[in-house]
Design a protein around this ligand. Structure first.
Ligand code: ZN
Length: 319
């Protein structure tokens, strides 16, 4: 197109109001801020704070296990095209650094747990087995930070504040929107935490013992006064030793523990075996590190917490 023609063409478009300043862009989807979140729970937080201004891509999807994730070429493309990458941090996404480097992204990578006091991973069921396992998973070794900070509902307020600040930095024009969304979601989270506390308060203290197949509930346990016993250790990568499993079975029988659970992204055989050998009926599925698919019992974080608390309190009460 000759320059004169192009100028004329532009003038016509402006005249029609298509290129005028402050008007809606041609495609609303194109104008959204592309943000990558590392896993489904975080993706939900980012969607809530970002609202209509952001297009969120989640790398580890519903029912996925972020501990042992292997990024795909599509993930590298998403990260390359992102203006902002939000991760949990605390060693949760061991594969992220390599992915970011390979993608060549220049987007800032923000840790949503920044400012949260990390808990240490719970002790192994049998300390003496330490060092005889496969090893090599640095971020899950004893004494390492426990990454599952989202399981304390109160911590989500920090996640939300960090996500809000990161979005404002990446898209200053959306500041008022991000602040309003963050404030309303924070109010929802505060109400949710009050709900959790009220539900747990109805369970007698000596009944608050739960078996799960990986140690994802340390923050939840500390926040709400429940003891979780896991035969597997912190990560889904570790394998429970026969000795640890036998010890746990003895404990379930001796202490008459009635709450035994399977997690959505884990191998359920171990918990099924424990349930079989103790005669305890498994209390269903707990959502630990991932949401369910849409239409499942935990498609959002708020749904996930409500589902977990309802299942836990029923099982602890022996119902
Ligand atoms: Zn986990």
């Amino acid at each position: 197109m000759a320059q004169a023609t192009r100028r004329l063409f532009s003038a016509v478009l402006v005249g029609l109001g298509i290129l005028g300043a402050g008007l809606a862009p041609v495609s609303a989807e194109d104008a959204k801020l592309p943000v990558v979140a590392s896993f489904s729970i975080l993706g939900d937080f980012v969607s809530r704070v970002g609202g209509d201004r952001v297009a969120v891509t989640t790398l580890v999807g519903p029912n996925g296990d972020a501990h042992v994730y292997e990024p795909t070429p599509a993930d590298a493309r998403s990260v390359a095209g992102a203006k902002l990458v939000i991760v949990n941090g605390l060693g949760f996404e061991g594969w992220l650094k390599k992915l970011a480097k390979a993608s060549g992204t220049r987007a800032p990578i923000v840790e949503a747990t920044k400012g949260i006091q990390p808990r240490e991973m719970a002790e192994e069921p049998d300390e003496h087995e330490k060092g005889h396992g496969k090893g090599g998973h640095d971020h899950h070794d004893h004494g390492a930070a426990d990454p599952h900070a989202w399981q304390s509902v109160g911590n989500v307020k920090t996640y939300v504040a960090n996500i809000r600040d990161a979005l404002v930095a990446a898209d200053p024009a959306g500041k008022a929107v991000y602040e309003a969304n963050a404030a309303s979601y924070t109010a929802e989270i505060e109400a949710l935490e009050a709900e959790v506390k009220a539900a747990v308060a109805k369970i007698p203290a000596d009944k608050r013992r739960v078996i799960t197949n990986h140690d994802a509930f340390g923050y939840f346990a500390a926040a709400y006064g429940i003891t979780f016993l896991a035969p597997q250790g912190m990560s889904t990568e570790g394998e429970a030793t026969p000795k640890a499993v036998a010890k746990l079975i003895r404990q379930i029988k001796a202490e008459k523990i009635t709450a035994v659970f399977i997690e959505n992204m884990s191998d359920e055989r171990l918990v099924k075996r424990i349930a079989q050998e103790t005669g305890v009926t498994p209390g269903g599925t707990l959502y630990a590190d991932a949401l369910s698919a849409k239409g499942g019992p935990a498609p959002t974080y708020v749904d996930m917490v409500r589902h977990n608390v309802s299942a836990l309190t029923k099982a602890m009460a022996g119902m």
